[in-house]
Design a protein around this ligand. Structure first.
Ligand code: ZN
Length: 120
């Protein structure tokens, strides 16, 4: 029996590529998840700091500017967080065709663009 090594090699390459892509996106999802937790706690922390600032200032001190700064910080953090969340959702719900790089929903079995079979 003659073994077609080029076929075997091709199969290995595809398998290795698949594994690499899967572990890369798993890592990316984990990283994003961690970042989301981090940014959410930073937002919470800033809210808390506003409360502390108001409490410690009492009636006399003018803290309007400081509060304004903290509110701006919360707004920009929230915006960043929403972007990250959107990114995260996309990563979790979508997959990329290894042949043509088209982004698809997770439940596609074939790529509609190039016909790649994801179960191969
Ligand atoms: Zn494709």
């Amino acid at each position: 029996m003659k073994i077609d090594f080029s076929k075997i090699k091709k199969g290995f390459t595809i398998a290795a590529q698949k594994t690499k892509e899967t572990s890369e996106s798993v890592l990316e999802i984990a990283k994003l998840k961690y970042k989301l937790v981090e940014i959410n706690s930073e937002i919470e922390e800033t809210f808390k700091n506003i409360g502390k600032l108001v409490y410690n200032a009492g009636d006399e001190e003018d803290i309007t500017d400081e509060i304004k700064k903290m509110c701006e910080k919360i707004s920009s953090l929230t915006e960043k967080r929403d972007d990250m969340q959107e990114n995260f959702n996309e990563l979790v719900n979508k997959k990329q065709c290894p042949k043509c790089s088209m982004k698809l929903d997770k439940d596609f079995e074939y790529c509609p663009k190039c016909g790649h079979n994801f179960d191969e």
